[in-house]
Design a protein around this ligand. Structure first.
Ligand code: S3P
Length: 431
């Protein structure tokens, strides 16, 4: 259900919610399930549009995938079980789908064409195509391979060594998929540690991958075996309610079963740094991906500096952190975050533009932004610009705004959190 107007000037949020499954892990579960041999059963799969695009692409590659609610069953026949698609593969809005799939398709003995939406058409692909070409991959695209549509002429790959110039889990993961099917060994060096869901999942499917500091090694020619994957809740979705709980007065929210992989928990550290009233109860379930419950209460926040190795651990949470900073005492500086410019939108521009409309004191910099708090937010007409995380951030901003807030392009939120507004409504205390 998408409301006509956003809820504003809320007096309190309380209750418990289980945010939907993690987007990164859901994508990877379908990809590994499709290239493994045998049955993979995924529970708590995210039914967001991005992950449904991944399912649709693998179905076009001949993989049998059944979906019943948030349970997904994949009948994998191994890498060799993928067939040349008769139609183009449409990734919709999903950068993860297109970038990771290139690493799989580059080594398959057939031709495939990848396209996406308007946002995907503006996102850089050379960062994946250039290293994959060191493996022998042949991938062509508009503007000398930088942009979609992409054409992949698959063929045999040879393992390579590559040092990533940017910290990107998508590039790393694409190279790991290529490395899995290449001859010999592949060595990947990251400038900073990024999310390691791919490495964890290779092991869950019975494969081998070794990580030592920022260096990852994988041997080619491995056969993976289908398994069971339970997807934890997405901390990047939980982040919107963590922020809402911290800044809406009289609030206490418990978020159940949130993924707590240390490569993703930067948002928790920032909230703690800002003085938030937050507590974590980790589960001891021994699963490949750690999870737990998080409780947040209305907090008195102070400004902070966010930079360096913390950035990849909270890259998707920067829009909501910017909102938090508008409600913190003093200045918050976000730097080393140039990567924001190549997300679903240029998130430095869209965050600064939209929060300024509501009266925030926020300035864009070359590699981030500077926010001065505390600002009282007013009403206005804002837009997600088709970016799900900008849309959700603005819905949370509205909750503390004094005037009416109209959000254009709200439907983008379904990319990662189709039940966002329902969950939000369920937390609103009527007093
Ligand atoms: C993702 C990695 C990140 C993140 C994206 C999902 C992934 O992108 O922003 O939402 O699932 O690997 P980069 O690796 O390009 O930074």
């Amino acid at each position: 259900m998408i409301p006509a107007n956003l809820r504003t000037n809320l007096k309190g949020l309380s209750g418990e919610i289980a945010v939907p499954g993690d987007k990164s892990i859901s994508h990877r579960s379908v990809m590994f399930g499709s290239i493994a041999k045998g049955k993979t059963v995924v529970t708590n799969f995210l039914l967001g549009e991005d992950c449904l695009s991944t399912i649709a692409c693998f179905r076009k590659l001949g993989v049998s995938i059944e979906q019943e609610g948030n349970k997904v069953t994949i009948m994998g026949k191994g890498m060799d079980g993928l067939h040349e698609p008769e139609a183009i593969l449409d990734v919709g809005n999903s950068g993860t789908t297109i970038r990771l799939m290139m690493g799989i398709l580059a080594g398959r003995p057939f031709h495939s064409v990848l396209v996406g939406d308007e946002s995907i058409a503006k996102r850089p692909m050379t960062r994946v195509i250039a290293p994959l070409s060191l493996f022998g991959a042949k991938i062509y695209g508009r503007k000398n391979g930088e942009f979609t549509p992409l054409s992949v002429i698959g063929g045999p790959l040879a393992g390579a060594a590559y040092e990533l110039p940017v910290a990107s889990a998508q590039v790393k993961s694409s190279l790991l998929f290529a490395g899995l099917q290449a001859s010999g060994e592949t060595v990947i060096i990251e400038p900073m540690k990024t999310r390691d869901h791919t490495e964890r999942m290779i092991k869950q499917f019975g494969g081998e991958v070794a990580a030592d500091g920022h260096t990852i090694r994988i041997k080619g020619g491995q056969t993976l075996t289908g398994t069971e994957i339970h997807v934890p809740g997405d901390i990047s979705s939980a982040a919107f309610f963590l922020a809402a709980g911290a800044i809406v007065p009289n609030s206490e929210i418990k978020l159940k079963n949130v993924g707590l992989n240390p490569t993703r928990t930067g948002i928790i550290e920032v909230l703690q740094q800002m003085g938030a009233n937050i507590s974590i109860e980790p589960y001891e379930n021994g699963l490949a991906e750690p999870a737990g419950d998080i409780t947040i209460r209305t907090s008195t926040l102070k400004g902070t500096v966010i930079e360096g190795a913390l950035i990849p651990r909270l890259i998707d949470e920067i829009p909501i952190i910017a909102l938090l900073a508008t409600q913190a005492e003093g200045e918050t500086v976000i730097k080393d975050a140039e990567e924001l410019k190549v997300k679903e939108t240029n998130r430095i521009d869209t965050v600064v533009k939209e929060l300024s409309k509501l009266g925030a004191d926020i300035t864009a910099t070359e590699d981030g932004m500077v926010i001065k708090g505390r600002s009282s937010l007013s009403g206005g007409t804002v837009s997600s610009h088709g970016d799900h995380r900008i849309g959700m951030m603005l819905a949370v901003a509205a909750a503390i705004s004094k005037g009416e807030v109209q959000l254009q392009q709200k439907e983008a939120i379904s990319v990662s959190y189709p039940s966002f507004f329902e969950h939000f409504e369920s937390l609103i205390s009527e007093t």
